[in-house]
Every structure is written in C-alpha cells, then in structure tokens.
Design a protein around this ligand. Sequence first.
Ligand code: GTP
Length: 335
Amino acid sequence: MSSFIPRRVFPHLDSLPRSYFLGHHRAGLDKMKTMLTYIDLVIECRDYRVPLTSRNPLFEENLAGRERLIVYTKQDLGSKRKQQDKNREHVIEEWYRPTPVLFSDHKDKGSVRKVLNFARDHAAMKASLMGSRMLIVGMPNVGKSSLLNALRKVGVHKGKAAHTGAQPGITRKIGTTVKIIEGNENSESVYLMDTPGVFIPYVPNTESMLKLALCGSVKDAIIAPTTLADYLLYQLNLYDPRIYSIYAHPTNEVVDFLSAVAYKTGRLQKGGTPDVEASALWMIQKWRNGQLGRFVLDDVTAESLERERSDTEGLGSSLSHARRADKEMRRQRSK
Ligand SMILES: Nc1nc2c(ncn2[C@@H]2O[C@H](COP(=O)(O)OP(=O)(O)OP(=O)(O)O)[C@@H](O)[C@H]2O)c(=O)[nH]1
C-alpha cells in the first residue's frame, strides 16, 4: 500500500463523445423560455458532487431576467457533514453571491425545509394574488423531480407527484403544476413546475463528460462501462484506495481492478472468466448510491469557478457554435 502511487491525471480520450444534447432537451428549454413571464423564481438544481461541472450555462443564457435560487442536490452523496464540507459550501456560496445558494438531500427534511422557507419568503415578497409560480430546472438526473416530491411532501403533506429514476430522461416534458406551500391569510400558495433535464450542448473537455456520466447525467449506453469504471478507479485512488480494499489491492489498472471485483462477487461468465463489464456497471452503481465513498469530483477553490467559466465560454448557446468555439480554443492552445 505504501508504495502505491495513484495516477495524477486521467488520459485524454479523443474518441469520447462530448455531447448529449437531445431533442427533448432543446424542446424543453424552448418551452421554458415561453413560460418565463408567468414565473417568479427559477430553482436551478446542480449536483453537489460536481458543483462546477453540473453548471449549465444554457440556463443562465436562456432564463435570464428571472430571480434564481441555486440548489445543490444530493448533498448526502458528496458530504460527510464535516468542517471540510462547510468550508467547501462556503466557497460555493461565495462563487455565486448575490445569487442565493442552498444544499439539499431529498430525504433530509431540514434541508428541504430551507428550500421551502426560501420559496415562502420569496412569494411573500412578490405578494401576487394568483399565488407564486416557480420552475425547477437542471441537468438530467440531477434530482429535480425528487426535490419537487420532497417539497410537496414536507410543504403540503401530499404524496409523490413526479416520476423519478436512476437513469436520466425520466421527465421528458414540462409536467403539471404542483402545490408546495398552502396559502393562508398572510400569503398566497406556491406552485412548482417540473421540467425535463437539459444537457450542455458541448462539454468543454472529456473529463467533464466522464464526471457527468459518472454522476448519472448521461445514459449508461453512451460511454463504455469499463471506460467509466476506469475514471471511477482514478477518482477512488485519488480519494482513498482503501475504499475498495475488500475487492482488490490498490491498482491503476482497470482490468485488474474489475477482474478482482468479478472474482470476489461471483460475476463470472461461462468458463469462469470474469465479467468485467458487469462488474464495471455494479461498481459505478455502488458509487452513485454512496456505497463506495462520498466525495466531490470537482476542485472547489475560490478561483476554480473563473477557470471553469473561461473554459466553457461560448459552449452554451448552440451545438454548432459550441463546436466552432471548441475548435478555436484548441487552435489557440496549440499556438
Ligand atoms: N442520495 C440521493 N439521491 C438522490 C437525491 N435526489 C435525487 N436522488 C436520486 O437521483 C436519481 C435521479 O433523480 P430524479 O429526481 O429522477 O432526477 P431528475 O433531475 O428529475 O431527472 P430527469 O428526469 O433526467 O430530468 C434518482 O435515483 C433519485 O432517487 C438526493 O438528494 N440524494
């Protein structure tokens, strides 16, 4: 163990797709734009494990002019609720000031209540006779529908209203409006609308694509499971290789790692050969569920937002525009 040295960089994979911008993403975004006049607040969800990479500039560009609350979902999957996490959350809050930022875990009533309180205060400020209407937006699979259900449960004690699932693309159209706060003599009711996840037209680099895929924003068929497991192994090694010690010795070799997992868990094909692909999918799922370490994949420092912004500049608006900007960026870099 003491002699093990993890990889410090993950190799650039030229053949990796860098787009997952589907028809219903574009259609959903267009529809959101037409609804903006009726909306008092946009609740933009991002994944706590990738606080920078799950930022989609399309929302800032297309839903500008409306007040925004940023909610980092799945806090439980990236945090151990320690001082280190508090420091990280403070940095994230500072990045977006004055835009308010909250952190949520859909099963933790306390964090859901904070979002509700924000929505209630915001609605009270607007004091509309028709009640307040809010839109929940974000990348695919980030946890929008789960948060909507949790807000409804805590807010008005009603059951699930939106479908949720482990793969992206469960919500394909803008859903029905759901009441999350009951009005009273002092304030009007608050309604929330679910929307389909919208992916970034063109991801700035392959590592960002791997991060988003690992967090479940991209369908599992898009990137080979062994490639994704290799990226997971890279991250596990940087964090703490002891996390997988019940399956394998520390290693940088994905096939060795997955073969050890296959032997240990009985994932074998005919003739007893290890089923590397099945083991890859199993390990990825374990990490996604928080059973293989809970940690953040992005670098969170005071400067990292600016760095990411300059990397993604021009990659927001359209696919062809994004490709051109990417080509130009590469040309500049090679100069
Ligand atoms: N651990 C944990 N899991 C969550 C949380 N929020 C959502 N999930 C899980 O993440 C997956 C995706 O959640 P959804 O609510 O369907 O995500 P979505 O953003 O509506 O997905 P799309 O339909 O692709 O837009 C589900 O398996 C949820 O159970 C959270 O706060 N913590």
